[in-house]
Write a protein that binds this ligand. Structure first.
Ligand code: ASP
Ligand code: MG
Length: 408
């Protein structure tokens, strides 16, 4: 008998009927003699509602209390699912993070898992429990306080539990059929992938594909967790996220990701001398700004322009950090211009390592549609660009067509 981890996202447990459906999925795995550990999210909309209540109570709030409140949604799902399974005659038990325990850092609302103890759950399986239902996205800090792993963190709970219990597979049930070549809401002929490598998935997740929590993919890659993304609404094979060497043939490009959650900041008239980039990006990093793309122009008259991008939610903090640094005379510049009407579009594929001419093809197809590229950045398996936000959908469609991602 081996462990099987199955995670059910918010829409998969959205109401009592859906929870009954989930109980059915789990029951069939129990019949196949699996020791199922189910990770559940809060019912859809519930976490948002709780977050809203916190914010309405006070705009500045204690992170520890925020976690106490927002972690409760998953407990309700866990309890309801346990009762439903018991109804079906299956011995099931709910587990909150602290009962396992899942020990985390004390970074409330964005904690990281440090350790998962397996003994308590293992013991109950020996005593006859058939299903353990674990509240997703929560743990307990070393100070004995409830913590949460950040929005979307239940995926990370599921992968971490899979690694700790050495599960044979980790199924992530969601409302889509798997990982698509791009967002099917933007491109009609987006295709579901049978397999994708951890690395590609990691890039796609961090570039805006919202199906998996980025940290869950990181963990899956590190611990070689057999990850499958599939729908709880339809009985269909999903997408396997696996090691590169398990992919039969590497495609040139696997997917196109896009995100509007991006802002472009340009500092013009920056003095071009050694140490200037460090002087700008030092204060930004101290303020915890996630800088993504960076370009520096050729200098004219000893001054230059530096442009970078960061998440929309951090743009005011970035601006504050820059102005603070300029007051302290660490940097000087003529103007700081912020553009929030941009979008990031990325193409991702391990095939980039072995194929030349991908950037050329990307830029040519965009030029053909008169889409202006504002910023470019690349990694070994990814090319990202910023474009005007109004062109985002068109850019995604054009690239999906150019690389024929609708074809196998
Ligand atoms: N319920 C949490 C959220 O909505 C965690 C999760 O579902 O992954 O962010
Ligand atoms: Mg999610």
């Amino acid at each position: 008998m081996s462990y099987l981890v199955q995670k059910f996202g918010g829409t998969s447990v959205g109401d009592l009927e859906r929870i009954e459906n989930v109980a059915g999925i789990i029951a069939s795995e129990v019949r196949k003699n699996n020791k199922v550990i189910a990770i559940v999210s809060a019912m859809s909309g519930e976490t948002n509602r709780l977050v809203e209540q916190v914010k309405q109570t006070s705009p500045v709030y204690d992170g520890r209390e925020y976690d106490v409140i927002v972690s409760t949604g998953e407990n309700i799902t866990a309890g309801l699912l346990a009762i439903k399974l018991q109804d079906l005659g299956i011995p099931a038990r709910s587990w909150m993070g602290w009962q396992i325990p899942i020990i985390t850092t004390s970074m409330h609302s964005n904690a990281r898992i440090l350790e998962i103890k397996t003994e308590n759950i293992e013991k109950k399986f020996v005593e006859g429990m058939k299903v353990a239902i674990v509240s997703g996205f929560q743990g307990i800090s070393k100070e004995n306080r409830i913590s949460t792993l950040g929005r979307g963190g239940s995926d990370t709970t599921a992968v971490a539990i899979s690694a700790a219990f050495n599960a044979k597979r980790c199924d992530i049930f969601t409302d889509v059929e798997g990982i698509f070549t791009t967002d099917p809401r933007i491109v009609k002929n987006a295709r579901k992938l049978d397999k994708i490598s951890y690395e590609e998935m990691l890039e796609l997740a961090s570039m805006g594909a919202k199906v998996l929590h980025t940290r869950s993919v990181e963990l899956a890659m590190r611990y070689d967790v057999n990850l499958q993304v599939l729908s709880s609404f339809r009985e269909k094979i999903g997408t396997l996220v696996c090691r590169e060497d398990k992919m039969l043939e590497s495609r040139m490009i696997s997917g196109v990701a896009s995100s509007k959650d991006e802002a472009k900041v340009t500092l013009s008239g920056v003095l071009d001398k050694p140490g200037i980039a460090a002087a700008i990006f030092g204060p930004l990093s101290e303020s915890g700004i996630n800088v993504d793309m960076i370009i520096q122009n050729v200098s004219e008259n000893e001054t230059t322009d530096i442009t970078f991008s960061c998440p929309m939610s951090q743009v005011s903090a970035a601006e504050a950090a820059i102005h603070k640094a300029s007051k302290k005379k660490e940097i000087s510049f003529k103007a700081c211009v912020i553009d929030t009407e941009v979008a990031k579009v990325s193409i991702v594929g391990i095939g980039m390592r072995s194929h030349a001419g991908i950037a050329k093809k990307m830029f040519e197809s965009l030029a053909h549609e008169n889409i202006n590229i504002l910023v470019i950045s690349t990694s070994e398996i990814k090319i990202s660009i910023l474009v005007e936000q109004k062109y985002m959908e068109l850019a995604v469609q054009v690239l999906h067509d150019a690389f024929e991602l609708d074809k196998v």
